[in-house]
Design a protein. Structure first.
Length: 668
């Protein structure tokens, strides 16, 4: 007896007739590039039976979904290997993540030697080509089989639901619980885990895997729960892909903004201030000021009006805006003033709405564009705070455009052009757009407010403008703010990592909640549209990204110190000081190294500080009224007349060039 199926490859469906009892392994098992399949839109193991009328698409190992499946399977192999070495270890969860996976365990702290031993055991499991075999089990069977795994039992019992090892839940008694057995060729079950799957057919599909590090992690991410050991790893389709990833990680470690921030004396964190609250040192303060000066001028040039608002407000303001209770988890607890609750602001928009509503507005004033550097405060969990890229005090170049509905599309276009030009000026030119919309199905839809018509109209505007840009547009269903859809700009840095940067958000909620109005040409009172935009996103995060993008070697216009004077001997200190004074008068940031160090050490120190220009002077230069340039890349120009040297450095400092100065730049 046969069944009819349709297999889609490269977007082209192909009808096939196969025998009843056929599985995906029968269809694709000879092609090791295929790790799973989608049957009628649902991803399943290749061991799954196909039925009459099924629509089937193979899932390639090199696809994002395919790599996630490989990494999920690698997480299982990690857990199996660890429990073979440490039988007392108890299992937590083990999901795939971006570029890798992790698995949590209750076990003693793991050393680097332990990781090597686990990795060696993993390779033995992979060579055995153990099959991943899925079994449906009843609730009681799951409880019985996981009797020795307290965290798995908690997942099964908790709130009437069971979670798979990727943290997703299945309602007990309503959904199907499944176990996965790792089965050797002789039929022996080597290891078992509660899991939803899917997995690769057998462990031999895991071609390139490596463990990367361990850390502590609270069970289910809750600091009130037990602390576990988390083992991180990565897995790729090929060994070459793995080596390329490891090279990127080595480069990323060199560029880590936390490491460079300390080495370059830019910023620090102090336990007496608190986690996620950065202290900017003088050199970091220079970068921050240059960024602020740039973006303040750009906003004014783009028609924005600079405003300022306080750091706290009465709690009722955030109920009016709708942020409470939606953002309660990230807002700091209320401050009490004789029974009046105040909140540290987590966003600037409610106060901008009060500025708009402070007097009547005419359609002739619109679009009205308000902007400020507003520091907001988010009560991020200590476990997710990370250097400058995830902080608790966030300085936003936050703007809000109030416009008529007819003006909204052009205002979004205006903001998008503004954002893209800003990123370009800072050297971030490889960008794509992410369109975040509401989740249209299920319970998640309840977290979004507003009518279907409002969401449809706003989403259509953003989608059309994103498409017009000619940039790659990635859909992000469910990622919208609760009050409206948004466009996020995704920028790649110098080593190919993607960062979410600027945002443009459409808001039809707050104008209604604040009763915002304008007088239309016919004299009627109408509600404006409000469009949020943060060009940097936050100054702190943007600076962290720039540090890593440039590996601390900032373009001249951003460099905290643009020129260091290095005399060949102390007798030439005064001569170089006069040259530096001329540069200072031209707006150039300079330092004179008048220390007792030898000249070569001074040069090394300047190179470590990644200063763009080193001006060196000795007897020959002093007699000729010249200086010698040494550039950051090691090239050199000798005997440059002082006025020419000053003009050369001034022109670089005043430009927004993001390439590096070198001797060849002046024709040598």
């Amino acid at each position: 007896m046969s069944v009819n199926i349709s297999i889609t490859r490269d977007q082209s469906p192909e009808a096939q007739v196969v025998e009843q009892g056929t599985t995906g392994l029968d269809l694709f098992g000879n092609d090791r590039s295929i790790v799973a399949m989608a049957v009628n839109g649902t991803t399943v193991d290749l061991a799954t039976l196909v039925h009459d009328g099924d629509q089937i698409s193979p899932i390639l190992m090199t696809s994002d979904e395919g790599l996630a499946i490989v990494r999920h399977s690698a997480a299982h192999v990690t857990a199996q290997a660890l429990q073979q070495i440490f039988p007392e270890a108890k299992l937590g969860i083990g999901p795939p993540i971006v570029d890798g996976f992790y698995y949590d365990f209750q076990t003693s702290p793991l050393s680097p030697d332990d990781l090597k031993a686990i990795e060696k055991k993993m390779q033995a499991i992979i060579k055995e080509r153990q099959r991943f075999v899925r079994r449906a089990v009843s609730d009681q069977e799951a409880l019985d089989e996981e009797a020795g795994e307290p965290f798995k039992l908690e997942l099964i019992h908790d709130k009437g639901s069971a979670s798979s090892d990727d943290g997703s839940s299945v309602e007990v008694g309503k959904g199907e619980l499944t176990m996965y057995d790792n089965v050797r060729r002789n039929g022996e079950v080597a290891w078992t885990d509660l899991c939803r799957g899917p997995h690769v057919p057998h462990t031999g599909y895991i071609n390139a895997v490596a463990l990367t590090k361990t850390s502590s992690a609270y069970w289910r991410g809750d600091q009130r729960n037990q602390q576990l050991q988390r083992v991180y790893g990565t897995a790729w389709a090929t060994r070459d892909d793995l080596k390329a990833y490891q090279h990127r990680m080595e480069e990323a470690a060199k560029r880590d903004h936390r490491k460079l921030g300390a080495e370059l004396d830019l910023f620090s964190f102090h336990e007496q201030v608190g986690s996620g609250l950065p202290l900017f040192h003088p050199k970091g303060g220079v970068i921050k000021r240059v960024m602020e000066d740039y973006v303040r001028t750009r906003h004014i040039d783009e028609g924005f009006l600079y405003v300022g608002t306080p750091h706290i407000a009465k709690e009722e303001l955030f109920y009016t805006s709708g942020h409470l209770p939606y953002y309660a988890d990230v807002m700091f607890p209320p401050l009490d003033d004789d029974g009046q609750a105040y909140r540290l602001k987590a966003m600037n928009c409610p106060m901008h709405n009060l500025i708009y509503s402070s007097r009547g507005r005419s359609y002739r004033e619109l679009p009205l564009r308000l902007f400020e550097f507003g520091t907001v405060y988010r009560n991020e969990k200590s476990g997710v705070v990370q250097g400058l890229t995830r902080v608790r005090s966030i300085t936003q170049d936050d703007s809000h455009s109030y416009c008529t509905p007819d003006q909204a599309p052009d205002e979004v276009r205006h903001l998008l052009r503004f954002v893209l030009s800003l990123l370009h000026d800072f050297g971030l030119t490889d960008v794509a757009l992410e369109l975040s919309t509401r989740d249209e199905v299920g319970k998640k839809k309840d977290k979004f407010i507003g009518s279907d018509e409002q969401w449809e109209a706003a989403t259509k505007i953003l989608a059309e403008i994103a498409a017009e840009s000619g940039l790659t547009v990635v859909d992000d269903p469910g990622g919208a703010a609760y009050y409206g859809p948004k466009i996020s700009i995704q920028a790649k840095d110098a080593i190919g990592r993607t960062w979410q940067m600027s945002t443009i958000q459409y808001d039809f909620n707050q104008p209604e909640r604040f009763g915002l109005e304008y007088v239309a040409p016919d004299g009627s009172h109408r509600q404006p549209v409000m469009i949020h935009s943060a060009k940097f996103g936050s100054i702190e995060r943007f600076m962290g990204v720039l540090i890593e993008h440039y590996a601390g070697a900032f373009p001249v216009w951003l460099a905290p110190v643009q020129v260091v004077g290095i005399p060949v001997a102390a007798s030439f200190n005064d001569y170089l000081a006069e040259v530096l004074d001329k540069l200072k008068a031209a707006g150039v940031r300079t330092e004179l190294d008048a220390s007792d160090d030898r000249m070569q050490k001074k040069i090394r120190n300047a190179q470590k500080q990644k200063i763009p220009f080193m001006l060196i002077a000795g007897e020959t230069d002093a007699e000729a009224g010249s200086v010698s340039f040494r550039f950051r890349n090691g090239s050199q120009r000798n005997g440059v007349p002082i006025d020419e040297a000053v003009a050369f450095v001034r022109d670089w400092a005043q430009s927004r060039r993001n390439d590096d100065p070198k001797a060849e730049a002046d024709g040598e």
